[in-house]
Design a protein around this ligand. Structure first.
Ligand code: CMC
Length: 428
């Protein structure tokens, strides 16, 4: 690798250092670009911009590789628990037995949520989207833990991290309970993380609820697959908001809002709705592939397809596709949209439009089918993504703070009006 990059601007040559990551990714360090040349760069959508150096997650979109702290996603999804992965992401190493037990215990004893938060929740309409509710309540948590934004208070970041991990599933289940007209369930702290979530979602006061191990195992896998994905839209949002020294609750709340969008985490809800539409329309997969190819006129995109970084199979999609087959078989669920999804994938993978643009199924393509088999309603799919992504957001927020990164503040090229005189209203 060359250790210098040259740039010629207005006939003058400038040199910039290059840097290389541990996986041989290369970058040109343009920190001094504007000061030395007077120019900035324009990179819409940040397609070529490295916003930070990070030691958390590595992904190679050309090869379809994803690793958390050096461990392959395939191995973690097979062998680890979600909390083990959360620990790995946040603290950098897999926990020892003692570290794991201490971490899990702290999370267990913080699962309850202040009753005043419930009163805030009660004010939301019954049909409020659970993502809007989740983001509002996470932001509201800062009001209950004001030391999170008090610069003079002793640092209690570690406790806020535990609280977020412990309480997010509790809060998440409230929206579902309300939509059903059922009372909310308090957490049951003898249960593990995934089983506790399922209990809060599905238990009723009138009968016993036993967590099905097939369901909790599937949930564990899905949460691990979503746990981090380096500098994606929501994670960049968390880092950007946190870079202004905003507290961790506000930063995570902002990440939840970014995740909600249909081009990001909201795609999992869109996928199922799209598959349902195709089914209702007679299951003609080719018709929808054609519509997607004419996205510019039809305005239709194949949700769950394509990725900013993966130009090969999303490794998470491969794992989820297999898990969808396993879980549906184990639960004895026959969901016709699974066949439609497979047909769509097959058709798209052989179509020159998708092949030439290297559009493959992404993590959201099959995840909704599993969530549905687990009994999770469509409007909660992105909430499940948020619960999974939480450790990643936390790890990235913490790394940004530990590395004392400067406030994020991009520049622009102004294209508006040049100076002009104010015109009084009666003369306009
Ligand atoms: N269906 C049809 N055409 C597509 C699709 C799609 N899903 N995705 C991209 N294209 C086309 C796009 O029209 C463009 O074509 P052309 O070169 O002729 O203009 C080309 O492929 C490149 O697309 P792009 O929008 O410039 O690519 P991007 O990197 O800006 O967008 C994306 C990435 C994920 C937003 C996009 O692929 C998309 O909208 N996919 C559907 C939404 C989705 O599934 N999102 C979940 C992403 S994975 C979970 C997560 O981490 O958020």
């Amino acid at each position: 690798m060359s250790d210098k990059a040259q740039l010629i601007v207005e006939g003058k040559t400038y040199e910039f250092p290059t840097i290389e990551g541990t996986e041989k990714e290369k970058a040109i360090d343009i920190n001094t670009l504007r000061d030395t040349t007077g120019y900035i760069t324009i990179d819409s959508g940040y397609k070529n911009t490295g916003a930070t150096k990070s030691a958390i997650t590595f992904l190679d979109g050309e090869e379809g590789i994803l690793r958390y702290r050096g461990y392959s996603i395939e191995e973690l999804a097979e062998k680890a628990t979600f909390l083990e992965v959360a620990y790995l992401l946040i603290y950098g190493e897999l926990p020892t037995q003692a570290e794991y037990e201490a971490f899990e215990h702290k999370i267990r004893i913080h699962t309850m949520v202040n009753e005043d938060m419930r009163r805030i929740f009660d004010g939301f309409p019954v049909n409020a989207h659970p993502m809007g509710v989740l983001s509002s309540l996470v932001s509201a948590m800062s009001a209950f833990y004001p030391d999170s934004y008090d610069e003079k208070a002793p640092d209690s970041t570690e406790l806020h991290i535990i609280r977020l991990l412990a309480k997010l599933p509790t809060i998440a289940t409230w929206s579902f309970k309300k939509s059903q007209g059922h009372p909310v369930n308090y957490p049951k702290n003898e249960l593990d993380y995934c089983s506790n979530f399922l209990h809060m979602m599905f238990a009723l006061p009138v009968e016993d609820y036993k967590v099905d191990p097939v369901v909790s195992k599937a949930l564990n896998k899905l949460l691990i697959l979503h746990a981090d994905h380096e500098q994606n839209c929501s994670t960049s949002t968390v880092r950007l908001v946190g870079s202004s020294k905003a507290n961790i609750y506000s930063s995570i709340s902002a990440g939840i809002c970014a995740l909600w969008g249909p081009l990001h985490g909201g795609a999992n809800q869109e996928v199922i709705e799209m598959l349902e539409d195709i089914k209702a329309d007679g299951g003609d997969v080719a018709k929808y592939v054609d519509m997607a190819k004419n996205a510019k006129t039809s305005g239709f995109r194949l949700f769950g397809f394509g990725h900013r970084v993966y130009k090969n199979f999303d490794p998470r999609a491969k794992i989820i596709k297999k898990a969808a087959d396993d879980v549906l078989a184990k639960l004895g669920v026959n969901d016709p949209v699974l066949e439609i999804a497979k047909g769509l994938e097959e058709a798209a993978l052989h179509d020159p439009y998708f092949v030439s643009r290297r559009l493959y199924p992404n993590v959201d393509f099959y995840s909704g089918i599993i969530y549905r088999a687990l009994g999770i309603p469509t409007n909660m799919f992105t909430v499940m993504f948020a619960i999974g992504r939480l450790p990643g957001w936390i790890a990235q927020w913490k790394e940004m703070r530990t590395n004392k990164e400067p406030i994020g503040r991009p520049r622009q090229i102004y294209t508006g009006a040049t100076p002009r005189d104010f015109v009084p209203m009666n003369e306009r």
